[in-house]
Design a protein around this ligand. Sequence first.
Ligand code: FVH
Length: 287
Amino acid sequence: MTDITILGLGDMGAALAATLLDKGHSVTVWNRTAAKADPLRGKGAAVARRVDEAVRASPVVIACLLDYAAFTDAFAEAEYVLRGKTLVNLTSGVPRQAREFAAHFEALGVAYVDGGILAVPAMIGGPGSLVLYAGDRQAFETALPLLEALGTARFMGEDAGLAALYDIALLSGMYGLFGGALHASALIHNAGNSVVSFMPMLQEWLSAMGGTLPAMAESIDANDHDQRGGSNLAMQATGLDTMVAASREHGVDPAFLLPMQALMRRHVEQGHGREDVSGLVRQLMTI
Ligand code: FVH
């Protein structure tokens, strides 16, 4: 028997297994393409040839596969072996899938914990690595000494969909930041300037604007978008028109700005031009 089994040795699964081995845990691994297990065998992992063999080897099983379809494929004839085990599913999915899996595995006598990894493989086990968990609290707490080897382990609640929900929300914020930074960089680069010199200015600006987010959160929770900060939406919509025009004049596709411009225009046309930017959230919430 080993402490833990890792199913899936893609970039992330291999990083999870290597980190657990480095931190002194005994690990069994399995991957559909068997050759990916070779480097881990060299680090001391036990390599299973089949999923059922891998699951039998440990009380705690982490699955880190491409998506839920890959998970279903991998377990096609091996689910029954999970009875009595803790399954920690770090495969990305939507909250509904996590809840469906939780109900399905609970019925099979499996303690199910869903997870969302907020780190890239190179960060696993380091100080910046955060993994969100949700589902069976007791199973999470029992597995915690193993899970903490991967990074900060935060339990979001017994609703198994919560880890995926917060994971997707945090990643959505990240892609907004990346999109904005890419657009800004294209403007600077196309005008013949150094993006490397520009980036500290952008970081400083984004840090300052990040400070406005708690007030935005309060407005959204209270559903009160009265403008307080001196930057009404009608003014900002006109400013975005200028930004879109300037981007085109500099040969930069405004693709990242256009959805924001459209949301602002619609909100202003509906009579909310005096609101704060927080009011735009009402354009996004379709239910
Ligand atoms: N890598 C990252 O930066 C992110 C960070 C945040 C969390 N994600 C999620 O982690 C899951 C795995 O991601 P990954 O980076 O390991 O992905 P790949 O390197 O592409 O490896 C995919 C593994 O899935 C196996 N697989 C795919 N299809 C099947 C299938 N039908 N049956 C069995 N296994 C399957 C694949 O096997 P193979 O191709 O090597 O045989 C890999 O082991 C993912 O949910 C991310 O969203 C990572």
